[in-house]
Ligand binder design. Sequence first.
Ligand SMILES: C[S@@+](CC[C@H](N)C(=O)[O-])C[C@H]1O[C@@H](n2cnc3c(N)ncnc32)[C@H](O)[C@@H]1O
Length: 206
Amino acid sequence: MSDAWLKRWDNRYKSHEFAYGIEPNEYFKEQVQKLNLGTILLGAEGEGRNAVYAAKLGWSTSAFDISIEGKNKALKLADENSLVIDYQIGQLPDLNFQDEYFDAIALIYAHFPPSIRLVYHKLLCKKLKKGGTVILEAFSKNHIAYKNRNPAVGGPSDIDFLFSMNNVRADFSGFEILELVEKEVELREGQFHNGTGSVIRFVGKK
Ligand SMILES: C[S@@+](CC[C@H](N)C(=O)[O-])C[C@H]1O[C@@H](n2cnc3c(N)ncnc32)[C@H](O)[C@@H]1O
């Protein structure tokens, strides 16, 4: 991982404001509520809006990210809500989450660099119990046109960081697909996701 990549995220999270707000992502909220409570892992969880929501519902909640600034804000948000989350910092292969431990894994705008995306997704699959659920929302490759029209909607500008339904099918091969769609959504998430965008939504069962 480059220093510039890490700095980009630390700088984004340094300010007092929450970059993507403190409310959970709408799709995550809708899907996680359908599941039985258990253990959940949130990947690339930044300032913790989704982790805190899961913990509030009663999930035993773990999260990871590369940004210590994100972790600090996530733990503060959890503390303000009298909640505890296990939040690890670093690159996934170096972290010590147990295999086959989680009932659910959520990836919300987890746009990992293309060189590591497949490795990350396969490793995350290992951390999930058999019968466990993955919930994913991320910008689609068609999002570039939306971002060009309205930069305030955010998201990566490099098409290789964006998702197609085929990426999801390949990375989560062997999963039962409960939902896999590409759709236009209206985002109102903090300072950095505002406007109409194109996303991939996926719920799959291992
Ligand atoms: C768009 S933010 C999404 C944050 C959060 N999931 C949310 O929805 O509010 C993308 C996150 O990916 C994290 N990230 C980027 N590369 C990563 C990597 N190699 N491993 C773990 N996290 C990474 C960044 O630090 C950042 O917090």
